[in-house]
Design a protein around this ligand. Sequence first.
Ligand code: B1M
Length: 213
Amino acid sequence: MTDLNLLYEAILKGKKKTAIELTNAALEEKADPKSLIDNHMIKAMEEVGRQFENHEIFVPELLMAGRAMKASLNILQPVLQGQGAGVSIGKVVIGTVKGDLHDIGKNLVASMLEGCGFEVIDIGIDMDSAKFVEAIREHKANILGLSALLTTTMPYMKTVIEALKEAGLRDQVKVIVGGAPVSQSFATEIGADGYSDTANSAVTKVKDLLGIL
Ligand code: B1M
């Protein structure tokens, strides 16, 4: 059996190749992808964040850990997405807001939503309000998901909500916000419809907002 502590270590130390090998091995042994993510991979990123904050590691190590995490997630995402194949219970446009390059959490939220039957249009990172408006118009989405990981970029979520109002689209979409510095009180303050702190609870929140639960 694969020692999943080694997966935690591989991501923490930014060893992409090892992380890929261990993820593949765990999948072959029928490990649950959600459990791998929640119990090992996210925990490694939390530790990376702690070490970065304490100046024990620096941006290069942050980058390497991020790459190892993404490589493992890339392997797991098709499995998560496949769990909801063939159905569409709603259309979600999702992206990370302007100035923010963090996408691991956003990608995870997108995969979980897809795995639960949503059609997801992921427009990427560093997105300005015009891009969000354009995507909602084009895809006629009924949910907008905004992600931000920096205290300096989260205020931009409000700018996007204001842009939706100006474009006359605010009543057509429910807006859900998330990311490490975001909170329920911030979501309420900026006029978002929902907030969630994890990818799993984002699915429940989106269903709740659409009255699917
Ligand atoms: Co950066 N970074 N980073 N970083 N980075 C943080 C966020 C930080 C908290 C680290 C720290 O100091 N402890 C800190 C922010 C401090 C602050 O604002 N208060 C920070 C900083 C400072 C920076 C730079 C400024 C560093 C520098 O250059 N000096 C720089 C900024 C770049 C930019 O965006 N303009 C930077 C850069 C980077 C990398 C590019 C190197 C890399 C990102 C790689 C990538 O994403 N492709 C990176 C990483 C890896 C991190 C940490 C270590 C890990 C983030 C992560 O992926 N977590 C992070 C520390 C931490 O968060 N503990 C940190 C795992 C992921 C699964 O969790 O993204 O929180 P998370 O997503 C969760 C939930 O938040 C939620 O669900 C997800 C799954 O459960 N969620 C949603 C997320 N989005 C959601 C949307 C929803 C609902 C739920 O609805 C739509």
